[in-house]
Design a protein around this ligand. Structure first.
Ligand SMILES: *[C@@H]1O[C@H](CO)[C@@H](O)[C@H](O)[C@H]1NC(C)=O
Ligand SMILES: CC(=O)N[C@H]1CO[C@H](CO)[C@@H](O)[C@@H]1O
Length: 434
């Protein structure tokens, strides 16, 4: 017979799991990631669990949700988890099962980028040092000793996730996973061995049977069914390698990492908001901020040469876990505006037309829904355009979002936090003068 506390514990356990245990079917088509048969417009942000402390995680996740994110993306850091071959560490800042569960508890999705080569300005790109000493090994190419180790670690992580029921196909939050990392940027250096390696990596990942799609970023020849995705400051010009795959942006650099002796990186929110809105304007349905919270390179985890301990990245949440204004607030407003267009965005491809030099309209119209994006991509001149019977002022380098094809709910160059502050300031000046 069970004791009373045991029954209570079981009851509490059931309450917790009951809300999260509905399995979802995750697929994709030419427009979007499809969750339980419905295309979705998704906004994601990177938070790497070992770059903050477990005590910070719930608050970082909450601020991400409040900022309008649907998903958190993290890499998995092999050398952190297996510092000595076959001796694993998943404690403290390494406890990514706990991290993924906290994201799930907040009701957000997870994109798990296993790599296991991750780059990430991380020591040795995430490879454990012992890997280097395996006889005959050659990294990231068609090399048997390397492939055996890569497969072993990838399978280990996938198994851990499965045991904890963390894939969406099991009722968990993980709806996407990544294999390799930006290999397309360097594959020419591997000559003829690059193609068979990528084919092998794709087949190996798919064979692990996670029930959710895999992506490869910066890999224009990613084999089916792997989705090739874009990383960069701007991705509006990107197209996937098949018309059966959606246009996805897995790293939109919110700022940049800090190097010793270098300037502290800064990317204005107006430019970041412009890039995001342009991406959705031109048919995108998924983008991820790299980073949404950058955090700290603790200990000797930073990659080299000369990459600083701070990994703040000028991200919407700063190194210490505080929201960075006006970046965080303006992007939250951009996400709200884009979500108001979701029904139109998932229904159809955009019809793109020119409204003059450097001026572009994209209309998503089908049946009774209509949403539009109006862009001025000139970096100097403001412009007034005629669209659907009305006039609109478009500041230089900005996008206006019209969820009903009529009313502008947001222009990416107009930051409310600043204007509110400015009008308070004027009011305050006026009151001084009186
Ligand atoms: C023009 O705006 C109306 C809403 O007032 C909308 O119903 C219609 O679809 C729009 N047409 C175009 C081509 O954007
Ligand atoms: C990989 C990539 O897309 N890089 C681009 C990032 O954005 C800058 C412009 O700021 C381009 O010069 C890079 O090519």
């Amino acid at each position: 017979m069970r004791g009373r506390t045991e029954i209570l514990a079981l009851f509490a356990f059931c309450l917790v799991t009951a809300t999260t245990s509905f399995a979802s079917t995750i697929t994709y088509d030419s427009r979007a990631i499809v969750i339980d048969g419905k295309r979705r417009v998704l906004v994601s942000g990177s938070i790497h669990y070992p770059r903050s402390t477990p005590d910070m995680w719930p608050d970082l996740i909450k601020k991400s949700k409040d900022g309008g994110l649907d998903m958190i993306e993290t890499y998995v850091f092999w050398n952190l988890h297996e510092p000595v071959r076959n001796q694993y560490n998943f404690e403290g800042r390494n406890d990514f099962v706990k991290f993924v569960k906290l994201v799930a508890a907040a009701g957000l999705y997870v994109h798990l980028r296993i790599g296991p080569y991750v780059c990430a300005e991380w020591n040795y790109g995430g490879f454990p040092l012992w890997l280097h000493f395996i006889p005959g090994i050659k990294f990231r190419t068609d090399n048997e000793p390397f492939k055996a180790e890569m497969q072993r670690f990838t399978a280990k992580i996938v198994d851990m996730m499965k045991q904890e029921k963390l894939y969406a196909s099991q009722g968990g939050p993980i709806i996407l996973s990544q294999i390799e990392n930006e290999y397309g940027n360097i594959d020419s250096a591997y000559g003829a061995a690059a193609k068979p390696y990528i084919k092998w990596a794709a087949d190996m990942a798919v064979s692990l049977d996670t029930g959710v799609p895999w992506v490869m970023c910066q890999q224009s020849d990613a084999p089916d069914p792997i989705i090739n995705t874009c990383n960069g400051f701007y991705c509006d010009q990107f197209t996937p390698n098949s018309n059966k795959k959606p246009k996805m942006w897995t790293e939109n650099w919110s700022g940049w990492f800090l190097s010793f002796g270098g300037a502290v990186p800064y990317r204005p929110v107006q430019d970041l908001a412009f890039a995001v809105a342009r991406f959705y304007q031109r048919g995108g349905t998924f983008q991820n901020y790299y980073m949404y919270h950058g955090g700290t390179n603790f200990g000797r985890t930073t990659g080299g040469p000369f990459i600083a301990t701070s990994y703040d990245y000028d991200a919407p949440i700063d190194e210490y876990g505080l929201v960075r204004q006006p970046k965080w607030g303006h992007l939250r407003d951009v996400h709200k505006a884009i979500k108001l267009c979701e029904e139109a965005l998932i229904a159809t491809d955009p019809t793109i037309s020119s409204l003059g030099p450097n001026l572009e309209a994209a209309v998503y119209k089908t049946g009774s829904v209509c949403s539009a994006f109006l862009a001025n991509v000139d970096i100097k001149s403001d412009a007034t355009v005629k669209f659907n019977g009305s006039s609109y002022l478009l500041p230089a380098w900005s996008v206006s979002i019209l969820p009903d094809c009529k009313n502008v709910v947001l222009n990416t160059a107009k930051v409310c936090f600043i204007t509110t502050f400015a009008s308070h300031f004027k009011f305050w000046l006026a009151s001084l003068a009186a």
